[in-house]
Design a protein around this ligand. Structure first.
Ligand code: EPZ
Length: 432
């Protein structure tokens, strides 16, 4: 089997609905944990073994970046073995892979600490909204890393005497990426104590910190809004298993609520999904949680109650489940709303759902949803990863045929998608 998923041409998916979901699947490892943890492997030359890594387009892009730094990376099923290559670590990275994926920007700090300098492309915008990196660069500056943006690249250099022994960085917003980037850099500042305040508390941050601690780092407060990092000059090889993907789990749970029958999801951590399960309770959706298994049973939408939801940083409701939840709320009688507080313009999926007969209108960063009894199949355009997942769920629920164009975004975040749909008794046709 070809292990690496390269996306050249954008494929389409044809779906005949409505379909009924029934079955059992196992949730894969977390994409948003794998990416920062892979970037952090730059901090050691020793062997790192990572288990439960999802085989996704984004993970393979990060592997390509690590190979460009000189690392040797090998897959063994869902395990990655990362070792030092022949050459000295290279910290000048090509434009292509970094441009493709924002999360790769987080190699800048670790590379600059390792080599004293680095050159990494500035990540571009993306369809979910403007995504600057000012918090990253301002924080790195406090850690002694000066960056200059030239010709689309960030050129950075570390000046030893630039940094103090005690550093305090307060993030203007609890950014996931900036928190991860600054932690992964501060761990290698010898004899330096860095305090990050107002930082992100997502489970992926905790997973990254636990990984770094398994390499010998000293970190306190992960999972809270204040994290303390005691820098060192050396980190060691390790063997580590990453957490399951709470966004993949949430996506299939919402699919189960809309299309179920009975959908059983194994390898799910309940604490990571509390905000979604709270909403399920408010809506009146039946679910059961035992031994890391979530069972969701669909019921007639007529019996469900409309709700008002706000996205926010963890432990609030995740923006990465917002498009999927909008599909569910569009089928519940009455008026619901979703206010998007993390990416205020993340509504590309709204016009597509309205094309299927949904009644959604957006006012500033709030979508007002008036429930309809059914959606109808239509030709659709997918714009990003989570929007693709939402449109796929809508197509499976809709009456008639839907064709989703530009659907390959979905492979960036959903592993073994066709196997899992089949196990849930669902069928889609994919063609290039
Ligand atoms: C991470 O992106 C996730 N990606 C995103 O998931 C997720 O939507 C996001 O966090 C929020 O939960 C990965 O983990 C790889 P942020 P990130 O920095 O780190 C603003 C998916 O579908 N901001 O927390 O890029 C920013 O514009 C992806 O899996 C600045 O203004 O998100 C946004 O409004 C999509 N300046 C807010 O903060 C900065 O320097 C949150 O962004 C950094 C961020």
């Amino acid at each position: 089997m070809k292990h690496r998923l390269e996306i050249e041409t954008m494929g389409k998916m044809k779906v005949a609905g409505p379909q009924y979901a029934n079955g059992e699947i196992t949730i894969s490892g977390s994409k948003n944990s794998a990416l920062p943890i892979l970037a952090a492997t730059i901090l050691t030359d020793e062997k790192v073994i990572l288990h439960n890594i999802p085989n996704l387009a984004d993970v393979n892009t990060m592997i390509e970046i690590l190979e460009n730094t000189g690392k040797k990376v090998m897959w063994e099923n869902s395990t990655l073995v990362i070792e030092k290559g022949e050459e000295k670590i290279n910290s000048i990275l090509p434009y292509g892979p970094v441009r493709k994926m924002r999360a790769s920007f987080n190699v800048l700090g670790p590379l600059t600490i390792r080599n004293g300098y680095a050159k990494v492309a500035l990540p571009g915008g993306c369809s979910i909204g403007v995504r600057p990196v000012n918090f990253h660069l301002e924080g790195l500056k406090k850690l002694g890393i000066e960056s200059k943006i030239e010709h689309g690249y960030t050129n950075s250099k570390f000046t030893e005497n630039n940094h103090q022994k005690k550093i305090h960085i307060s993030l203007p917003f609890p950014s996931v990426g900036a928190t991860e980037h600054l932690i992964t850099t501060a761990v290698m500042l010898k004899d330096t104590e860095t305090i990050l305040t107002n930082c992100a508390q997502e489970p992926e941050i905790v997973d990254l910190c636990n990984f770094l601690i398994s390499m010998g780092a000293r970190i306190e407060g992960q999972g809270s809004s204040n994290i303390k990092i005691y820098g060192t000059d050396r980190l060691y090889g390790t063997e580590y298993t990453i957490i399951p993907d709470r966004i993949e789990a949430g996506t299939y749970a919402i699919l189960g609520a809309i299309l179920g029958g009975k959908v059983t999801l194994n390898n799910v951590i309940e604490d990571h999904l509390f905000s979604l399960l709270d909403i399920f309770e408010k809506l009146g959706i039946h679910y059961e949680f035992k031994n890391n298994t979530l069972i969701v049973s669909g019921i007639s939408k007529m019996e469900l109650t409309p709700v008002d939801v706000e996205t926010s940083t963890f432990p609030g409701f995740p923006t990465d489940l917002q498009p999927q939840l909008m599909v569910l709320l569009s089928l519940i009688p009455g008026r619901s709303s979703i206010t998007e507080n993390v990416f205020k313009t993340r509504f590309n999926h709204v016009d597509e759902l309205n094309r299927m007969g949904a009644k959604i209108f957006v006012e500033s960063n709030t979508a007002i949803i008036t429930g309809v009894t059914k959606l109808s199949g239509a030709p659709l355009e997918a714009t990003d990863l989570r929007a693709s997942a939402a449109l796929l769920i809508a197509a499976l629920a809709a009456e008639g045929e839907t064709v989703i164009n530009n659907v390959d975004h979905i492979f960036r975040g959903y592993e073994k998608l066709f196997d899992k749909l089949e196990k849930l008794n669902l069928s889609v046709e994919y063609f290039e």
